[in-house]
Design a protein around this ligand. Sequence first.
Ligand code: SF4
Length: 485
Amino acid sequence: MTGFCKKGYCFSGQGEIKFSEECGVFGGISYKYPVAPFIQQGLFMLQHRGQESAGICVGEKNPFIYKNKGLVMEVLSDRVVGKIRGRIGISHVRYSTQGGSDTTHAQPYVVTYLGEKVAVAHNGNVKAAVEMRKNLEKEGEVFITTADTEMILKKIIRELCKAPSKWTFEEVGQVLTENFTGGAWSILFLVPGKIFAFRDPMGYRPLSMCESKDGVFVSSEDTSFQMLENKSVYHIHPGEGVEISRDGFELKRFAAEMSSKKCVFEHIYFARPDSNVFGRNVYSSRVELGRKCALENPVNADIVIPVMDSGFAPALGFSQQSGIPLQMGLMRNRWVGRTFILPEQQMRSTGVRRKLTPIKEVLNDKRVVVIDDSIVRGTTSREIVRLLKESGAKEVHFRSASPKILNTCQWGVDIPTKKELIANKYEDICGIRDFIEADSLAYLSIEGLKEIFQDGWCYSCLLGDCENPENENSCKCSKLYESVC
Ligand code: SF4
């Protein structure tokens, strides 16, 4: 997995950051014990969704809030967690999307409303956020952060100022539906004695719930529930939510399910392979992407190698389909550390070499097919090709298990600007192949991707402007979807 964060080149728990991922939420109620250790473990399993900050809010009447920059186990250390009492709470891991990267933007946010504390944690983005914020400011609202989450909270408070003004699941759900439909929001509220969890009516982001002998929990990904015993897991549908309290839980529909827009990148890159997202196992999806890529883009080669980690499952699929043996030609150095941030473009190549080490004995004199989950700017792919050739590979054939990334995302995933995306820089795919210095280059086609996932998915960042429902501009797409050179 290779890529860049806003500040340069970031290394993190799951791998290098290709896009700024879009945060993770976890919360719940514990029947017998303090909830904080459950939250620590559940949130730790969502670390790949955000490495910038982590935070927790626990308690019924006067909740304890603790948040800071850093990884889950740094912020929510055993020492901190051991001191947190309380059986109900919510938590968040963040990678900056809307808003800055200082501690102020760490979630959950807590406000006092009519003498009661309310906390919120959110994963996703609000549609037309800039305009909505301006309107609220004109009405006299002030904001401490630039994040959408604070705006959602303040908008709800404004609406709840009107009678009957209670923090009920139904009232909050109604405000969300009336004001934020079209955006992506898996969102948790901690109100006195209760958690409300909502998944937006279009279902861009995943949200799951688990009932177990220890309590009831909600999470961005169901892999968070692995620590729990005697459990049943439920994947919350778009427009559905759950109210959790000491009395148990109740699943509720707060909005009609709209034409579904599940983010396909959850399967290509974001989610953990051991998660089941939108009714599919992520690992199986990635193997299938690799198989399809091999069917579409056959190549004569001696070995298939993955760009670890998210390239592993597609490489396995490519190998199974093509019959070319899978080898570990590039080792990933797990101990580079997240603090290693290289700010300048020219320094990124050094980052690749610190992150990935070639095994020359595997590569020497071989025709290599290298599989990555996707290609964003192309600079990392080029460095990988160079590394493989320097290590003795006779030929390097690059395969992307996703189609070209052509557009940015309006729903919380911080994809680089259109002009930074390599797929927009060259008129044809051979230009990209030349840039990355590969002997051949091929992407999975958009048709191939749609055959795997079919309807009800968001493919927006993979579509050219003239096919993109979010862009009205026309464009010259004739060569845009070429997928092999
Ligand atoms: S535009 Fe891309 S990253 Fe954004 S929600 Fe759609 S598929 Fe996901």
